[in-house]
Design a protein around this ligand. Structure first.
Ligand SMILES: [Zn+2]
Ligand SMILES: [Zn+2]
Length: 138
């Protein structure tokens, strides 16, 4: 799955503040990762260039995919606006749809996907960063 052009899903925290099976969405993410042996507790925020520990599970989607996923994030990144963001290489994200993930009788292999970043993704992320004093890099 590509690393760039992810966005927050609007209204997700109001509509479904918690997973009906797992509780907080970060637990939903951990549960589905641990099954695959991912060291979930060591996870940092999934957003490129952010080194904060992940404390929340963020609903995200990519315009190219049209499926909602949960990614581990710090509360700062999870509370930011409309801007699109880039995820770190090798980040594991999980399906947000409960009936297809933690609520499924048998987990399918597409419950988890791994982000595969290209150099281009990160050039783009840098161009999108705000310069000190305003403006953007191009
Ligand atoms: Zn769940
Ligand atoms: Zn963050």
């Amino acid at each position: 799955m590509k690393a760039s052009d992810w966005k927050h899903v609007h209204g997700s925290s109001e509509k479904s503040p918690e997973c009906e099976n797992c509780g907080p969405w970060i637990k939903h993410w951990k549960k589905l990762c641990i099954l695959d042996g991912v060291k979930a507790d060591a996870q940092k925020c999934a957003v490129y260039d952010c080194n904060n520990p992940a404390s929340e599970g963020a609903h995200i989607r990519n315009s190219n995919v049209n499926i909602n996923y949960i990614a581990p994030m710090c509360d700062k990144c999870n509370s930011t606006s409309n801007d699109s963001f880039t995820l770190k290489d090798k980040t594991v994200i999980v399906l947000a749809n409960v009936s297809k993930s933690c609520g499924a009788a048998k987990l399918s292999s597409d419950v988890r996907v791994t982000i595969e970043a290209t150099t281009n993704d990160y050039d783009k992320a840098k161009r999108g960063q705000k310069k000190d004093g305003g403006g953007y890099f191009y």
